[in-house]
Write a protein that binds this ligand. Structure first.
Ligand SMILES: Cc1cc2nc3c(=O)[nH]c(=O)nc-3n(C[C@H](O)[C@H](O)[C@H](O)COP(=O)(O)O)c2cc1C
Length: 339
């Protein structure tokens, strides 16, 4: 890959090379296999699964087991586990590797009350001995077959800021990377991410650091890499409705001109394909439900799209949805790639 700027050098997590150094964030309800494949094709260097509950895996919940699924053509992929204790972290990490994960990530950033109540997510950052035990257990679980990373916040709140301490523990426990979402847990998603904390972490650890928070396009990503010295950038909400962000980031990494934004025809074409893959993966009923969010996000701002969404969300058969999307996309010459 031609490269003019050292800031865009490939990210290395253990033996896994992430090139370009851009990662699709773990997003519950969003980063399911068909969407991850689309992001990889559009240029993401690595993709992450949604968080997978280690407790639910321990109860052999079949819906949770399906969340571990990794497709052959989406590597490298990181599978994220949500584990409150070392007892469930170890078998969950093992199961993730057996399912084909290239990287196993530990969630220490989720601030959702239900998750905190069970002692997982960002709750671990308020109990450092347990956080360490969970990291050590995940390393035992993978048994050298994949690197382990941890995705953290800066701490629960400014008074309990502890990202540097967690990074030291991560090094001692044998982890291979750390992702910092540069907000405090108590902030949820409000306010701006404070990238100076990513720069601070970069100074304080020898592990590769992936910066996360408020990257929406190539200029944000370039600025984060330059200002913080981080080794990779992770994009979440910016990719939900616009996975083409990864095409822009890939062009920036190659010092190429930023490509034209994806137009309506390309967006509708991608929805058709995503719909077909969702239905293949989950079956028609669940597949169409999983697609709903994407229908809304991908069509936002397009002409007469409110009526399209209202109609699309009523449909219960993929053939009907396909017909609707093809009729809507006619003026942009949208074709179904499967025809
Ligand atoms: C809908 C949604 C679901 C999320 N699910 C997860 C998750 O499963 N695991 C996780 O570590 N973070 C999760 N996050 C947080 C994102 O991974 C990311 O850290 C956050 O959105 C900040 O990055 P952004 O500004 O690029 O969106 C979620 C965020 C959103 C908006």
């Amino acid at each position: 890959m031609a490269r003019g700027d050292a800031a865009w050098a490939p990210l290395r997590i253990g033996a896994v090379v992430v090139d370009p150094p851009t990662v699709l964030a773990p997003l519950a309800g969003v980063t399911v296999p068909p969407f991850r494949r689309l992001c990889r094709e559009l240029g993401a260097g690595m993709v992450c699964s949604e968080m997978v509950s280690a407790n639910a895996l321990a109860y052999q919940n079949p819906k949770t087991a399906l969340m571990l699924h990794v497709c052959d053509d989406e590597h490298p992929v990181s599978v994220q586990i949500l584990a409150p204790t070392p007892e469930v972290a170890e078998p969950a990490a093992e199961a993730a590797v057996e399912a084909g994960a290239d990287v196993v990530d530990i969630n220490m950033g989720c601030p959702v009350p239900k998750v905190i109540r069970c002692g997982a997510g960002v709750a671990l950052m308020r109990d450092l001995p347990r956080a360490r035990a969970v990291m050590e257990a995940a390393v035992r679980g993978v048994a050298g077959r994949a690197p382990v990373t941890v995705k953290i916040r800066a701490g629960w709140d400014p008074r309990s800021r502890c990202f540097a301490e967690i990074a030291r523990q991560a090094e001692d426990a044998g982890l291979s990377g750390i992702v910092l979402h540069a907000r405090y847990g108590c902030q949820g998603y409000s306010g701006h991410a404070d990238w100076s904390m990513i720069a601070d972490l970069r100074q304080q650890t020898s592990l590769p650091v992936v910066g996360n928070g408020d990257v929406r396009g190539a200029s944000d990503a370039a600025r984060m890499l330059r200002e913080t010295g981080c080794d990779g950038v992770m994009v979440g909400r910016g990719a939900m409705g616009y996975p083409w962000v990864f095409r822009e980031l890939r062009a920036a990494a190659r010092s190429e001109a930023v490509p034209e934004p994806a137009g309506p025809g390309e967006r509708i074409g991608a929805l058709l394909r995503l719909g077909r893959e969702m239905v293949d993966f989950y079956g028609e009923y669940r597949g169409l439900r999983e697609l709903r969010g994407f229908v809304c996000w991908f069509t936002r701002g397009m002409p007469s799209s409110a009526a399209l969404r209202a109609e699309a969300l009523q449909l219960t058969s993929f053939e009907d949805l396909r017909g609707l999307l093809l009729r809507y996309g006619e003026s942009w010459a949208v074709r179904d790639a499967e025809e």
